[in-house]
Write a protein that binds this ligand. Structure first.
Ligand code: NAG
Ligand code: NAG
Ligand code: NAG
Ligand code: NAG
Ligand code: NAG
Ligand code: NAG
Ligand code: NAG
Ligand code: NAG
Ligand code: NAG
Ligand code: NAG
Ligand code: NAG
Ligand code: NAG
Length: 402
């Protein structure tokens, strides 16, 4: 379906494609004498290169290129050359054209160099699609752009096809546009075109443009309806889910899934050794299931061709399964142990207090003078009669512990 749609897009798109025209095309002939090829023009809307020739050649070859790509030379029998959609390339870094006459050494080399002040174009342009149909694009103002520079974003998705200006700009503290939020974005097979130009009282601002394949920038939503069905007595659990929603793909064979099952009682550090598994099915059998343990399960998806992003999407909300009996026993045992220790310690303290006040207060200077009151003296004297060896033993133990 995408293919026929794609073809329609190509035809429709070339008619409506818009481009900024800050600069003219400059040409250089290959030979010393006058080139027969003159008056080279580019129609950006139609991506159509045209020229005039003083001699009647039956064939020409033409090509378009920028610093990153070069089209296959195309042979035409008139002085008109049309570039298909796969050779639509960003213009902000400049574009070159070559016109050649086959079997001769006649050729013409032309370049389009965008105008404007160097360093005034935006930088770090990036877009992300999330929550199925929302899109954010952000950028940073050019480092040498005048302070009053304002930027504007225009974009064109093959469907609906019209060039549109951003409706909801993201602004910085100075009111300068630094991004755009889009709603209702639909992902198409063809690339979308983005252009950010700018205006300032003081200078001509360079534009920035880019073609983006929208499916590649999508952050996939989590898989839906994740469940774990652990039948009593059997060794495994069946984990099931449904593919994440996207605006453009319904097929179930379009995704890979990563399944992360973590033992809840184990410390987080062990997470690296998770038995994460990658599967293509919409279900998975978890075999090392131990009924007495509690597990935390989460799943995420990525594309498997089908024009779906091959980056991992968001994790599903963690769900827990398993009885976790061991955990309860562990907690109870721990509480019992804690209780026992507390009671023992308490007994120690009480016993030790009554056993020897001296040793407790020994670091305080002149402890004796503090206990001149008759009641305190009484308490002390009462217990002085206890076996001394026993008491000192206990005191050393307490010191070791602290
Ligand atoms: C072009 O080729 C012709 C012969 O094919 C030659 O005489 C002429 O010098 C060439 N011109 C240049 C500029 O190389
Ligand atoms: C080129 O040839 C065509 C016929 O093939 C003729 O109609 C046309 O006038 C010629 N143009 C020039 C510039 O010689
Ligand atoms: C060359 O021109 C003729 C008409 O002059 C046209 O019928 C033919 O389709 C053209 N060929 C190509 C490859 O454009
Ligand atoms: C802008 O930078 C380019 C190279 O990046 C240079 O060729 C050009 O001369 C510069 N233009 C101005 C006006 O400085
Ligand atoms: C663009 O991003 C790079 C790397 O993050 C950073 O070094 C640079 O300063 C950014 N450009 C601007 C204009 O902020
Ligand atoms: C996703 O978008 C829908 C509306 O399209 C909205 O109701 C929902 O709150 C959004 N979710 C997030 C996580 O942004
Ligand atoms: C998109 O932009 C909005 C507003 O700036 C922000 O709240 C949101 O977190 C952004 N989402 C993403 C995925 O960048
Ligand atoms: C999204 O698009 C649909 C139809 O294309 C329209 O009915 C709906 O109002 C749009 N929603 C927003 C938030 O623009
Ligand atoms: C930016 O580009 C759009 C679309 O080509 C055009 O309509 C607009 O006038 C341009 N703005 C500036 C300031 O160059
Ligand atoms: C999740 O499962 C329930 C019941 O099985 C079903 O009604 C619901 O439609 C499912 N949700 C999605 C998004 O498929
Ligand atoms: C769990 O699986 C068993 C069979 O394996 C099935 O009978 C039962 O209905 C399933 N339960 C749920 C909630 O899917
Ligand atoms: C996918 O599930 C089917 C049964 O539904 C099973 O036969 C097949 O082995 C599974 N494939 C993988 C890769 O797990």
């Amino acid at each position: 379906m995408f293919d026929t749609l794609g073809l329609l897009c190509v035809i429709w798109w070339c008619v409506v494609l818009f481009h900024p025209l800050h600069a003219d095309i400059q040409c250089m002939g290959s030979e010393a004498q006058e080139s027969p090829i003159t008056n080279v023009k580019m129609n950006w809307r139609k991506m159509e290169l045209s020229w005039e020739s003083s001699k009647n050649f039956s064939k020409y070859k033409c090509a378009i290129m920028n610093s990153d790509m070069k089209s296959v030379p195309k042979e035409v029998n008139s002085s008109l050359c049309w570039f298909p959609v796969e050779y639509h390339m960003p213009l902000h870094k400049g574009v070159s054209f070559i016109i050649e006459v086959p079997d001769t050494n006649i050729s013409k080399h032309c370049t389009f160099i965008p105008g404007g002040m160097n360093g005034s174009a935006i930088e770090n342009f990036s877009c992300v699609i999330y929550n199925i149909s929302l899109m954010n694009c952000t950028w940073q103002p050019g480092r040498d752009a005048p302070g009053d520079t304002q930027y504007f974003l225009y974009w064109q998705n093959p469907i609906p096809g019209e060039a549109m200006e951003c409706e909801r700009y993201i602004k910085d503290e100075n009111g300068r546009n630094t991004g755009c939020r889009f709603q209702n974005v639909s992902i198409e097979a063809e690339k979308a075109y983005f252009l950010v130009n700018g205006s300032s009282k003081d200078a001509l601002i360079q534009f920035y443009d880019e073609y983006i394949q929208l499916y590649k920038i999508e952050i996939l939503t989590p898989p839906l309806n994740v469940t774990a069905n652990c039948t009593r007595g059997s060794a495994g659990c069946i984990i099931t889910w449904q593919p994440p929603l996207t605006s453009h793909v319904k097929g179930t064979n379009c995704f890979w899934y990563e399944i992360s099952i973590r033992n809840k009682d184990e410390p987080k550090e062990a997470k690296k050794d998770d038995p994460s598994e990658e599967v293509r099915n919409d279900s998975y059998e978890f075999q090392n299931y131990n009924e007495k343990k509690k597990y935390v399960l989460k799943i995420r998806a990525r594309g498997n061709n089908c024009l779906v992003s091959s980056n991992w999407g968001e994790w599903s909300k963690p769900i827990e399964f398993g009885q976790g009996k061991d955990y309860f026993i562990f907690v109870i045992l721990f509480l019992i142990a804690l209780g026992t220790i507390s009671v023992t310690l308490l007994q120690y303290c009480l016993f030790k207090r009554y056993c020897s006040f001296k040793s407790i207060f020994s670091p305080v200077p002149q402890p004796r003078e503090k206990f001149n009151a008759s009641t305190d003296e009484d308490i002390q004297t009462k217990y002085v009669n206890l076996p001394k060896t026993h008491c000192t033993e206990e005191i050393t133990m307490v010191e070791e512990m602290t």
